[in-house]
Design a protein around this ligand. Structure first.
Ligand code: 2OX
Length: 447
């Protein structure tokens, strides 16, 4: 059907900016704001829900929540320390919350008083982070929540002329803030939109389309995900014709596509993930701490996304004083150490088209390359790894990526079935670089 505000393209972007994003594969998400101070607790009670939702889960009156800004001194905030840890973790890009659902802005916006300039900290945190991360060679993306619990003109649905007028004022406010962010921080590579699921926003597909157009005029090459977009009829992510809007699919939040689902490879996509089960902001309670993911689980997820040509955006929730939780820092270092040894299987890689999902881990490959990587994340109890090669290929060599590099002698079982003896048990996530060649002609008929 004819749409004015539907998808602007059918095929993935092939420009250099998008190719760079695609090759990054691993990024850091950062959720930080007023919610990091109460950290899931209110008046002595632990609320077992996402810490950035505390204002709602604890039914805190908006003015009382806004008072938190007067305690926001962030005395331990150190943008360079955050950026240095991010670099050690192996991320190639970072996405920072500029304004989450509570409406508090981490930059001195001229369109509201509810911002970090009007706090004891009196700092432009976004400006400091953009500069520090770029000094460390990490591309920066800005998260912006359209949903806003603070702004008097925000509406969940539009049920009256007054609602329409108020929400028009709100959308003008949000557009002004987004233009302000693009003009203050023109070196950012993209915007990550959230809070776009309510009826009020879905009824304003044209505004979402105008935001994408306006920001891309201000920053050529800018990347905007499908999560911003609604079409003429309120369809989100994919328009009413089923075509992806925005530059990549960003519906995977705290979940990944099935590892055998090769349909996701047709478009660029990114999954975002929390370290604890379900809190993006820092949560100080045992509820969050006992559900933390291990480095091995997160490395598995990085390889999982890479094997389907997607990016993995791992979230960190710094503490209310601006320091990084030591457990998060240790996890970041563990992941970074693994990537330092095995990053060749991740950065710039994608789906190994001719290799089917093996079950014990993931195959990755650089487009048009002969080299395939096998990332082993689920050790076979038999301690032997079975490799089912694509028809017509045979395995010449398998080299362990990490130092000391170890040449393995693949044992041929059938022309296209090999086994690798894995020797002594290893709890780490190993990566083998596989070299294959066309198998000699072999004629046999299926039984
Ligand atoms: C990226 C993540 N998206 C925000 C979010 C998630 N949700 C939500 C709302 C209803 C059901 C499931 C998820 N609402 N806001 C989270 O707060 C975080 O910012």
């Amino acid at each position: 059907m004819e749409l004015n505000y539907g998808a602007s393209r059918q095929q993935p972007r092939q420009d250099a900016a998008m190719q760079r994003f695609r090759e990054h594969r691993f990024g850091q998400f950062v959720h930080w704001g007023l919610y990091a101070m109460p950290a899931g607790y209110w008046q002595g009670t632990e609320y077992r829900f996402a810490a950035e939702f505390l204002q709602k889960t604890a039914n805190i009156p908006e003015p009382e929540w806004a008072e938190l800004a007067q305690q926001f001194s962030a005395e331990a905030f150190d943008a360079d320390a955050w950026a240095a840890l991010a670099a050690r973790s192996g991320v190639k890009y970072a996405t920072f919350t500029t304004k989450h659902h509570d409406g508090f802005c981490l930059w001195p916006s001229q369109y509201t008083d509810f911002h970090s300039g009007n706090t004891p900290a009196a700092r432009d945190f976004i400006g400091e982070l953009v500069a520090a991360y770029q000094r460390h060679g990490i591309d920066v993306y800005l998260y912006y929540s359209v949903l806003d619990w603070h702004h008097p003109d925000w509406r969940y649905r539009l049920e009256s002329a007054e609602d329409q007028q108020a929400f028009k004022r709100y959308l003008d406010f949000a557009m002004n803030q987004l233009v302000e962010l693009a003009q203050r921080y023109p070196s950012v590579k993209g915007f990550w939109f959230d809070g776009t699921w309510d009826e009020s926003v879905k009824a304003n597909g044209r505004w979402t389309w105008e935001v994408e157009q306006r920001l891309k005029e201000l920053i050529p090459g800018l990347i905007v995900s499908s999560r911003l977009r609604a079409d003429d009829l309120g369809a989100r992510h994919r328009d009413s014709n089923g075509s992806l809007m925005g530059d990549y699919e960003s519906g995977y939040e705290r979940r990944l596509p099935d590892p055998w689902d090769r349909s996701v490879c047709e478009q660029d996509w990114e999954a975002c993930m929390t370290i604890p089960q379900a809190s993006w902001g820092y949560h100080a309670g045992p509820w969050a701490k006992r559900t933390r993911k291990s480095a091995a689980e997160l490395i598995d997820m990085i390889a999982h996304c890479t094997s389907l040509s997607g990016n993995f955006l791992l979230n960190f929730g710094p503490r209310g004083d601006g320091s990084i939780d030591p457990e998060d820092a240790a996890l970041a270092e563990q992941i970074g150490n693994w990537l330092a040894q095995n990053g060749a299987a991740i950065y710039g890689k994608g789906v190994a088209t001719n290799w089917s999902y093996p079950g014990w881990g993931y195959y990755t490959q650089e487009a048009d390359s002969e080299t395939v990587y096998a990332v082993v994340t689920k050790w076979p109890t038999a301690r032997r790894l079975r490799l089912q090669l694509p028809a017509g290929e045979r395995l010449l060599a398998a080299t362990l990526l990490r130092e000391p590099a170890l040449q393995l002698n693949p044992q041929e079982l059938e022309t296209s079935l090999f086994e690798l003896e894995l020797g002594n048990s290893s709890e780490e996530t190993l990566v083998f670089e596989l070299t294959t060649a066309a198998a000699e002609e072999q004629s046999w008929t299926e039984p």
